[in-house]
Design a protein around this ligand. Structure first.
Ligand code: HSE
Length: 328
C-alpha cells in the first residue's frame, strides 16, 4: 500500500522514520508493507532519501490512483484544509496531527470522508502519542463519559516543570522550542489555545456535536510567575495547565486554565513534555492515560497508528461513521 506525507517538519519526518524503521510491525498488522510514495514539501533536503519522493504538487498525490493514504503533517488551516478535502474527495484515507484543522473543520471533513467511503482520523491531534481518542471512541463507546480532564499541552507542562527547577520562563520556552515541542507560533501553546483546541475535539467527540473552541474560556501560563510556583509548592501543590470538560445531560461545560493541584494528585505528577488524560465514565469509573504529548516520534507514532487502522478498513471496505456533527 502507498502513502503520501504532506509536510516534512517535526511530525512529518517522524512519520517517515516510523514508516521506515517499524516496517516489520506494520507488515505484521497489515499483512503487507506501506511504502512512502510521496512527500510534499516546498523545501529541498539534499541527499536525504526523502528527496527521491519529493513533490511540491498536491495534484501529483491526489491524482495517483496508487496512493491509498494521505498523512497531513503541515499544521495550520490553509492549505491543510484544501489538501485534506481534495484527498478525501479522491477517496484517499487521511490521517492528521493537525488539531487546528480538526477543531475547525472536523465535522465537515468526517462527513466528506463518509461520503467518499473512506476514513478521516486524527488521533495525533490530541495529546501526541497517547491513544486518547481511540480509547474514548472505541474502548469506551458503551460509557456515558461524565468528564475528561488533564494536561493536554507538552510545551507548557515542560515550561512549568523547568520553572519548578528554577529556570526562567523564557529559558524554559526556548528549550521546549529546541526540542520540537512548541507550535510554530508558541503563543498557541503558552496562551492555552492549543489545549483549548484539543479540549474542543474531545468535547465534540463525547457530546456528539461540534464544541467550538472559541466558546471555551481559556487562560494560558504566560502570566504564571516563579513566585506563584513557589507559593504553590509551599502549600504542597504544583501549578498545571488543566483542560477540563464535564457533561451533564445536554450541558457541556469546558474550560482551560492554570490550577494549583495537590502534589499527590495524578495530574501534579505529570512532568516535562508528558501529558495525562483522566477520563471518568459512568460504569468504568476513572481511567488515567499518560504519555508524551509532543515531540516528533511520539506524535508520529499516533499518526501511523491511524494510517494502519485506516488502511486495514480500506482493505476490508468498512469505514468509520462520523463521530460528531455540526448539528446540536
Ligand atoms: N505544541 C504542542 C504541545 C504539540 O506542546 O503539546 C503537540 O500537540
Amino acid at each position: 500500500m502507498k502513502a503520501a506525507i504532506l509536510g516534512f517538519g517535526t511530525v512529518g519526518s517522524g512519520v517517515w522514520k516510523v514508516l521506515t524503521e517499524n516496517q516489520d510491525q506494520i507488515q505484521r498488522y497489515l499483512g503487507e508493507p506501506v511504502e512512502t510514495a510521496y512527500v510534499l514539501d516546498l523545501r529541498t533536503f539534499g541527499d536525504h532519501p526523502v528527496s527521491r519522493v519529493l513533490t511540491r504538487e498536491i495534484d501529483d498525490i491526489v491524482n495517483d490512483p496508487q496512493v491509498d493514504a494521505v498523512i497531513e503533517c503541515m499544521g495550520g488551516l490553509h492549505p491543510a484544509y484544501e489538501f485534506v478535502h481534495k484527498a478525501l474527495s479522491a477517496g484517499k484515507c487521511v490521517a492528521t496531527s493537525n488539531k487546528a484543522l480538526v477543531a475547525a473543520y472536523g465535522a465537515e471533513l468526517m462527513r466528506t470522508a463518509a461520503d467518499h467511503q473512506t476514513d478521516f482520523f486524527f488521533e495525533a491531534s490530541v495529546c501526541g502519542g497517547i491513544p486518547v481518542l481511540r480509547t474514548i471512541r472505541h474502548s469506551l463507546a458503551q460509557e456515558k463519559i461524565l468528564s475528561v480532564e488533564g494536561v493536554f499541552n507538552g510545551t507548557t507542562n515542560y515550561i512549568l516543570s523547568r520553572m519548578e527547577q528554577g529556570l526562567s520562563y523564557d529559558a524554559a520556552l526556548a528549550e521546549a522550542q529546541v526540542k520540537g515541542y512548541a507550535e510554530r507560533d508558541p503563543e498557541a501553546d503558552v496562551e492555552g489555545i492549543d489545549s483549548c483546541r484539543k479540549l474542543a475535539i474531545i468535547a465534540s467527540m463525547i457530546s456528539g456535536h461540534t464544541v467550538h473552541y472559541e466558546d471555551i474560556p481559556t487562560v494560558g501560563i504566560s502570566h504564571v510567575t516563579a513566585a506563584q510556583i513557589d507559593a504553590a509548592k509551599a502549600e504542597g501543590k504544583k501549578i498545571r495547565l488543566i483542560a477540563r470538560v464535564t457533561i451533564c445531560g445536554h450541558e457541556v461545560d469546558a474550560k482551560v486554565g492554570p490550577e494549583a493541584v495537590a502534589q499527590d494528585h495524578p495530574l501534579a505528577q505529570v512532568k516535562d513534555v508528558y501529558n495525562a488524560v483522566l477520563i471518568h465514565g459512568n460504569m468504568v469509573g476513572d481511567i488515567l492515560l499518560q504519555g508524551q504529548g509532543a515531540g516528533s516520534e511520539a506524535t508520529a507514532s499516533a499518526v501511523v497508528s491511524d494510517v494502519l487502522v485506516a488502511l486495514n478498513d480500506r482493505k476490508r471496505k468498512i469505514f468509520e461513521p462520523v463521530c460528531w456533527t455540526d448539528q446540536v
